[in-house]
Design a protein. Sequence first.
Length: 359
Amino acid sequence: MTGAPISVREIELRARAACEKIARKCLPNAVQEGPYLKAGSLGGEKGSSLVVNLQGANRGMWRDWSSDDQGDMIVLVERCMFGGDRGEAVKWLKSMLGLDDLDPDRLQQVRAESAREDAALERQAQQEAEAKKRGARALYLNGQAIGETPAARYYAARGICVDPLGHWPNALRYHPEVWNRDAGMKLPCIVAQMILPSGEHVATHRTWLGRDPRTRDWVKADGADLGVPKGSAKKVLGKSRGAFVPLRKGASRQSMGQMRSPEPLYVTEGIEDALTIAMCKPDARVIAAYSLGNLGVIEFPKAIETIILVADRDDGQREVELLERAIARQQARGHRVQLVLPPVGIKDMNAWLMAGAAA
């Protein structure tokens, strides 16, 4: 009916169209980088963990990569300005967007515009998702075997040796030239296949490399004086939610989707930690989940009865909450979860390996 009140969905679509204006009010210290507005968190401090999309099919959608929180403009306003009060957030948006006290003709016009935008965003989302998936696969397939490349020397500097494994995991490849927007040039890069439990390749993880200006060792690009901000040398191309980097198939040598008998699964956040575990346990099934938030949403098959979560030692409140949430989500799916941490004072398993090598 034309006379019915404007719906929350229609308000959301109008808010997404005005996302930059709204996001800047919610995050006054955010900085624009290309088609994104970036801040440290929902607290609005400077940083790059929270990303608001300003263009494309995801325009007006945001995600905090450090906590895996995400949502639309209504959720952003609700969290940043009204302490979680959705009703107040909707009321504020209606006023800001001029959607309160609409006459019947104007309301009908807004509804028609919203319906057209909704359909256009859906089409664009499907097109962009397929294009990113194709691009992610092509990037990985155009890589080469790690062999004696800078990727091997980077891993060697991290104490990682492929000898116990017999060969480098097939999910890892080296690409000599991958565009890095922060550096404004193509850089050497480790490209890693990210798959769903079904085996579908949906994203590609990138670790850009460069030379340490003092030692000339191969390191992550954010430590190589190339203009890459700290913590920005690793990024994912494609839709990584629910996907992981498969490093070892375990003693059965079967892909996860073909498993017929129960197997434990070792899970780390980062690839270096996963390789460290694989070195120590060559017959174990090992994956890198990319983040604790992502670990919580991966839907493992029932044959994965036990998940051995080899976590980083992060003592911050947010990290502890993410860890507990990820464990709870997997337990709710019927998996047993065992937690393994490095010793106090050591960040992660790869750092423990390097500390032992240096001792």
